[in-house]
Design a protein around this ligand. Sequence first.
Ligand code: SF4
Length: 344
Amino acid sequence: MKTDKRVLDILDAAQDGRATTKEECIFLLQFHETSLEAGLLRAVADAVTRRRFDNGGIVLGQIGIEIAACPGKCKFCSFGDGHTAFTPGVMSDEDILRSAGNFTASEELYALFLMTMHTFDFERLIHIVQMLKGRIPQETQIVVNIGDFDQSQARNLKSAGVNGAYHVCRLREGTDTALAPEERKATIRNIKDSGLDWYYCCEPIGPEHSPQELADQIFIGLEYGCFQHAAMRRVYIPSAPLSPQGQISELRLAQVTSVVALATLACPETKSIAVHEPNLLGLTAGANTVYAETGANPRDTEKNTTGNRGRDINVCKMMLYEAGFENLLTSPRKVVTLTDAYRQ
Ligand code: SF4
């Protein structure tokens, strides 16, 4: 079996620390996920990530604090207005505290994410952040995953104790969503300008997305300097308008994750690579970070994702262990060993 020579040259360069260019990413994404070339790509991205992050993994946890028919109308999301099957609901302060307590009790969570719909109550969000600040371990960071916000709101979030924000200009934003790509990018600039860590992702990947589209969207993360890059596939939701287009395999998702890992060698701001949802193929193909989830989840048909699609902290930690990671970064300053994770 002959291996494509250009692939070998790109992967050799990546092992020497040279970032993969956009043209090279497009080329690598053209191979089928079961090809020898895609297998070599995953192996090299895995080795590069382990060396880059000292064979350390990260567990993050997200609480979806509310459900509503969302005006984002994203054609892949279970909350989109016009196709959602959910009735609206908001988590109480007590329920949020309980979920945050479950996620942070072992003091292994690097950051706690709070997710809302595209439109949300900004004052209540600030209230929740301030409430959590005194109740979760001091080292645990707080990150928001919310709709678009302006510069003054970004500063208010930072003053309230928020460390970062997940915000994405998604694949086919404005076509498969009712949101404007330029507004998504304006919020990304607000995140960066206010000094918040910016979490990004190539998402939500479906079989219809071309290598060029994937690479263009991946490189937005490099252009603005993301703190975390990632890859996520679209999950089949029966009521979602894009569902007839199908779903990519975890193996294809791992291939995209590998490309993200090698492209971000050009981005000194990038401190971790995630794969959504948590899976071992991604964690052996260049990702070192997975998310636990509870409450509302745009990829679930259950109101509370716990026990359904959502994974808990221990499952995520065990997945990192099974993938061969030896260390767990539990805060920017603290690393614990994963060697005996199975004993707990
Ligand atoms: S992905 Fe976010 S913005 Fe889009 S419909 Fe779902 S909750 Fe709203």
